[in-house]
Design a protein around this ligand. Structure first.
Ligand code: ADP
Ligand code: MG
Length: 339
């Protein structure tokens, strides 16, 4: 008897879903990225119980046409990539066509959506990957996803969820990064009926930083703007006097995408060498702009890691940009403030 067995479609679907949907925060990340890709200028997220029983994402983006609604939930179904060439320079956050299929496989999903010019919007329901309902609905242009009972059909995954407050905090971090990565989008976050974030969407990074981190943090920042070898750098670094005990306040974004980059972190800290007291590290909210061809985002579904085709220009831009900002004149050196 042969030992090799091809997994049935349902099991294969659940395994694939697990790659994308690890916890409530991964659902929110995927849904808000879709909202950004749809051109939304306002995104509201509401959650209950750490998102485990209820998550709602509402945007005012393009909406999904009735004829595309069911297809949007199929694995590898995307409106963002059409050819191999498109893969070489991805300008959208999504491109795998996996998120909606994955979320729908492991939760109960309700979708309300309308495009411009359609006579009626659509209400669609899909539970555990099985379509329940599709009907006309009156709604404004844009899209609302309601995701209920995450992992209701995969008890093993459910067991790995942390306490509500821990899951809610992970979602809050996703929302913070959303506001910081897209200051032109107004971002609201409602957590167990309490609004904890409301960024104005006025296009100014400083307004977003203020909304996310508050007055004191914002007051301790130095603006940074630089360009080097095709890498644009803009945002804020902390004044040396406002440095922190750990790296939790170092935020890097590349082409509007939150990333973890060792290269950028090392460049930042090298540039601060000699300006900080022992044991302190700088904080930052730094955006980098680089041609879409120069970065490979196709590393992992969660896409927080990116690969630069060439790390050197990124290092140099951050290093020189930060040095320049630090020495822009209005900053006392470490000697001055130690006295
Ligand atoms: P991807 O983002 O990789 O294309 P998804 O599974 O996340 O894959 O979404 C599938 C498709 O559904 C998208 O390509 C897009 O056409 C559509 N879609 C999803 N969310 C939205 C939204 N909020 N507004 C408009 N279209 C959406
Ligand atoms: Mg997507």
């Amino acid at each position: 008897m042969s030992k090799i067995n091809v997994l049935d479609k349902h099991i294969a679907e659940l395994i694939a879903a697990g790659e994308v949907v690890e916890r409530p925060a991964s659902v929110i990340k995927e849904l808000v990225e879709n909202s950004i890709d749809a051109g939304a200028t306002a995104i509201t997220v509401e959650i209950k119980n750490g998102g485990i029983t209820y998550m709602r994402v509402t945007d005012n983006g393009s909406g999904i046409a009735r004829d595309d609604v069911a297809a949007a939930f199929l694995r590898h179904a995307t409106s963002k990539v059409h050819s191999q060439d498109d893969l070489e320079s991805i300008s959208t956050l999504g491109f795998r066509g996996e998120a909606l299929a994955s979320i729908a496989a492991v939760a109960r999903v309700e979708l309300l959506t309308a495009t411009q010019g359609e006579l009626a919007g659509t209400r669609y329901e899909i539970d555990g990957g099985v379509e329940q309902d599709c009907e006309d609905a009156g709604c404004a242009q844009g899209t609302t996803f309601v995701v209920r009972d995450l992992f209701y059909n995969t008890p093993a995954r459910m067991k790995f969820l942390k306490k509500d407050v821990v899951e809610a905090n992970a979602i809050a971090a996703v929302m913070d990064r959303l506001a910081l990565s897209h200051p032109e989008i107004s971002v609201r976050f409602i957590r167990d009926s309490r609004e904890t974030l409301n960024s104005p969407g006025d296009g100014k990074l400083k307004s977003a930083v203020y909304a996310v981190f508050g007055k004191e943090f914002t007051a301790g920042l130095i603006p940074t703007e630089y360009e080097w070898n095709g890498v644009k750098l803009w945002g804020f670094i902390s004044k040396p006097s406002a440095a922190r005990p750990n790296r939790s306040m170092q935020h890097f974004f590349i082409n509007g995408r939150y990333i973890k980059s060792r290269t950028a972190m090392v460049a930042l800290e090298e540039a601060f060498k000699g300006s900080l007291m022992v044991g302190k590290v700088p904080a930052c909210v730094l955006h980098m702009g680089i041609s879409f061809q120069a970065v490979d985002v196709n590393v992992h579904p969660s896409k927080i890691e990116v690969r630069f085709i060439n790390e050197k220009p990124v290092f140099d831009a951050v290093y020189h940009g930060v040095k320049t900002a630090l020495h822009s004149g209005d900053v006392p050196s470490v000697m001055a403030f130690q006295k």
